[in-house]
Design a protein around this ligand. Structure first.
Ligand code: SF4
Length: 332
């Protein structure tokens, strides 16, 4: 698909606060209120990510293998009616055969970004893999680049849904979507029962999610919460509700290890609230991802009203081993 991505990254960050001149917190509150209002009619997600990138089971395993579990997070939905839901934390959670279902996608820590020709950077939730300075993807074309990102926006067009490119055009002008024909070889949509166990995961023990759904809605998931969901996703079998005990244990261990949490210290605090500015608490992390996410949250809290240059990513991300991006001059 031909798209004009330079200076955009609209599908890699949550840019709605720009549009309405909302603050991050107002946008978050509004999203929750909207979701509550819609909950009876739709399966609204409990989180407020406007561009959630859903990963396949094999992609989840690949990130776990690479020590990048802190990059991942689950998404649960409100049930459309009582019959399709299971109750967790006093909420009706969408389920299949009594098992709460979820996606696993990429986290969006706050980063200083200046998309759409804005002169000054703003703190916005941006994909863990987005280079805030160039607004390019750090894993584009590598083995971990998600299928869903590679197929965007073709999947939306195939489903006759508005694309993020069109929303950005409507909000800021310019041309982003340069063609709208759906490629004939498009695959990977994984709809309906095809998705179960491949992209839509079902937790076999709803009671293990007590507290997790509340923390999802509050934006306060812990490393242990995420590890529980990643382990189930890694243990899933496409087309079935079966999970593999071996892969569950493996996934849990990898996720906790990458987050710098030992399996027996269940009282470790959440990434967003812990760690030193240099990420030194994550001594066992094998990747730049976990320490960088922690530092972004710490910088955001410490910054209050100030916003640093996106170039600080050179220290926060590249200084820890994140792949560099080429910049737009290098791309025709
Ligand atoms: S993985 Fe890359 S393309 Fe996909 S949302 Fe993140 S930054 Fe964007």
């Amino acid at each position: 698909m031909e798209v004009n991505c330079e200076g955009c990254a609209g599908c890699c960050l949550n840019w709605r606060p720009f549009h309405d001149d909302e603050t991050e917190e107002t946008a978050r509150r509004r999203a929750r209120l909207d979701a509550d209002a819609d909950a009876a009619a739709t399966r609204a997600p409990f989180d407020d990510d406007t561009n959630f990138v859903a990963l396949t089971r094999d992609e989840v395993r690949g990130f776990l293998e690479a020590g990048m579990a802190p990059a991942l997070t689950p998404r649960f939905w409100r049930a459309r009616d009582e019959e399709e839901g299971v109750e967790i934390d006093g909420r009706s959670v969408a389920a299949v055969a009594g098992r709460p279902v979820f996606f696993v996608g990429l986290r969006k820590p706050p980063k200083p970004v200046a998309p759409f020709d804005r002169e000054d950077p703003t703190w916005l939730p941006a994909c863990v893999f987005l280079d805030p300075a160039t607004l390019q993807c750090r894993i584009h074309g590598d083995e971990h680049f998600p299928d869903e990102c590679g197929a965007y926006p073709a999947h939306n067009l195939a489903l006759e849904q508005e694309t993020e490119c069109e929303r950005v055009e409507a909000a800021f002008g310019g041309r982003r979507l340069l063609e709208d024909d759906v490629p004939e070889d498009l695959d990977g949509l994984l709809l309906g029962t095809q998705a179960l166990g491949a992209k839509l995961f079902a937790h076999p023990r709803p009671e293990a999610l007590e507290g997790v759904v509340d923390r999802t809605a509050a934006g306060e998931l812990t490393s242990e919460d995420r590890a529980e969901c990643l382990a189930v996703a890694a243990a899933s079998s496409p087309g079935t509700l079966v999970t593999s005990d071996y892969h569950y244990e493996w996934g849990k261990e990898r996720a906790l290890e990458a987050a710098g949490v030992s399996s027996d210290s269940a009282d470790e605090r959440d990434d967003e609230r812990r760690g030193s500015a240099d990420g030194s608490t994550a001594t066992r992390s094998e990747s730049w991802v976990g320490p960088a996410i922690r530092e972004w949250y710490q910088r955001r809290r410490a910054a209050e009203e100030t916003v640093p240059s996106p170039a600080v990513a050179t220290d926060v991300e590249e200084g820890r081993g994140a792949p560099e991006t080429p910049g737009w001059d290098a791309i025709e």
